[in-house]
Design a protein around this ligand. Structure first.
Ligand code: GH3
Ligand code: MG
Ligand code: MG
Length: 477
């Protein structure tokens, strides 16, 4: 999963044996060229770099090291390598390595992602040792092994939650259960996956301040909460939501899903009394920990994907995301003989604004422009920052007249807008080009080119105006 998540050439785990002064390759996902029996002295790179500092080690363009890595049986020219420590109780007991053929890779969220996987490895090592030392538990770990495998192949949050709850049900007979996840920050959690009596409340969002066991456990520091009899005395509190039936003669087990110190949510299970014995709790805890590691890795990756499609300055879609949206939209309109329009905007004399007020002021004006766009767009429309001070809008279903009306409103709104920056009140106008499909072009590239020609004509015509591609002479190629 780590290899897939990081799009790596190979991902490997070396365990560290200080007495023998060597690191042993324990697991690897990658090409056949990997020597499965690799043993590396602890003083050799890249292991030594991690051990010496107890910190992640990042290498790119280091040919001496990267072109002769000890775990490749044939010459493999690696461009980037990332190695992170796997720590247990403050000691580095293993090293997790990911590499890629490209140089300058792994520069964004990948280090954090690999670190999250390192936590998973640490967890697995703890469990493996515990099971080796206790035979009875060993059998339970065998039982859990299949579920772990099933969990590990899930790629989205919903599937992990489902697999976790399903697996829990197969380990112990449950009366009800739910996986809760804090969605937008720690103040709310959602009942993502439910079973038994909890099914009634699936999808509900609950405030973390509500008086329920699930909310209470999210705020706590323990790694498990076991209540043996929900029905008795002072311990009467609803489990999941305030309006649920509270007269339960059951036991409750809550296992927070944690990644580092961050609480992602919890596994909340109820069953007949006595079901949550020591072994059951132990095994369920392993599953919960694995799921937590996976969930945090998936969340990181999704956040990264989201970031890769956004322009960081304005928060609008970026060029790549826009092209994808345009292609999808064209395909959709094509199916029902629909239509769509593109509006391209380039700010006027923007270089001068930068020169007069400075680049940060220019950035503020760009953000201000994005605000105006957001204000005028309707749901379903897409706006993107297409280049430096160039924006583009996609209006699905719109005809030329509608698009021109929109472009005119946008032109006027920009002209009327002022952006305050430091002492200055910035004003900028824009020139706009409008093109429609299928009137002006047959495909995405053609449509963008038509809008661009119209924009160019708007500049030539004096700026701060709207021009339609249809009114231009046909392009000569
Ligand atoms: P025109 O009316 O012909 O479009 O004139 P212009 O000055 O806007 O056009 P030109 O393409 O010559 O210059 C665009 C300027 O936009 C140049 C560049 O400094 C500025 N620019 C591009 N990206 C950014 C950015 O991210 N921030 C800031 N502040 N300025 C940017
Ligand atoms: Mg420009
Ligand atoms: Mg410009």
């Amino acid at each position: 999963m780590a290899r897939r998540a990081l799009d790596a050439h190979a991902v490997l785990v070396f365990s560290v044996d200080r007495e023998k002064g060597a690191a042993y390759l324990r697991a690897a996902a990658g090409p056949p060229a990997i020597r499965r029996d690799t043993v590396v002295p602890l003083v050799a790179d890249p292991i030594s770099c991690v051990l010496e500092r107890g910190q992640p080690f990042y290498a790119t363009d280091l040919r001496r090291l990267l072109w002769s890595l000890p775990y490749y049986g044939e010459e493999t020219r690696i461009g980037t390598l990332l190695a992170v420590p796997v720590s247990q109780g403050g000691t580095v007991t293993a090293v997790l390595i990911a590499d890629r053929l490209e140089s300058q890779a792994f520069a964004a969220a990948e280090p954090a992602l690999l670190a999250a996987f390192a936590e998973l490895v640490a967890e697995a090592l703890v469990q493996a040792r515990a099971s080796a030392s206790r035979e009875e538990l060993g059998r339970d770990f065998e039982a859990v092994y299949g579920f772990s495998q099933q969990l590990a192949t899930q790629e989205d949050v919903a599937a992990v939650c489902r697999a976790l709850l399903d697996s829990s049900r197969q380990i112990v007979p449950l009366e009800g259960g739910a996986i809760t996840l804090s969605e937008d920050g720690p103040s709310r959690y959602t009942l993502r996956e439910t079973f038994g009596w909890a099914k009634l409340f699936e999808g509900r969002a609950v405030g973390a301040a509500e008086k329920t066991w699930a909310a209470w456990a999210l705020g706590g520091a323990e790694d498990r909460y076991l209540l043996d009899d929900l029905g008795t005395g002072t311990e009467r509190m609803p489990v999941l939501v305030f309006d649920e039936e509270t007269r339960r003669g059951e036991s409750l087990l809550i296992l927070p899903l944690k990644s580092g110190v961050r609480a992602l949510g919890a596994v909340v299970l109820t069953a007949r009394r006595g079901v949550f014995n020591v072994t059951a709790v132990h095994v369920l805890k392993i599953l919960a920990n694995q799921a937590a590691g996976l969930l945090s890795a998936i969340q990181l990756k999704e956040a990264e994907k989201h970031k890769a499609l956004r322009d960081p300055l304005t928060g609008l879609a970026n060029r790549r995301a826009f092209k994808d949206a345009l292609k999808q939209s064209l395909a959709r309109e094509d199916r029902h003989e629909g239509r769509l329009a593109l509006v391209m905007l380039d700010l006027d004399h923007f270089k001068k604004l930068n020169d007069t007020h400075g680049h940060p002021a220019g950035d503020a004006a760009l953000r201000g422009t994005a605000e105006v766009l957001r204000r005028l767009l309707r749901g379903g429309d897409v706006a993107a920052r297409y280049g430096g001070e160039e924006f583009v809008m996609l209006l699905p279903g719109s005809d030329e007249a509608g698009a021109v009306r929109f472009a005119d409103r946008l032109r006027a709104a920009l002209e009327a807008n002022t952006v305050e920056f430091a002492e200055a009140r910035l004003r900028v106008t824009g020139s706009l080009g409008v093109a429609t499909w299928p009137g002006d072009a047959t495909d995405a590239e053609g449509l963008l080119a038509a809008a661009d020609r119209a924009l160019y004509a708007a500049k030539g015509g004096g700026r701060n105006r709207v021009v339609c591609a249809r009114t231009l002479p046909a392009p000569t190629s």
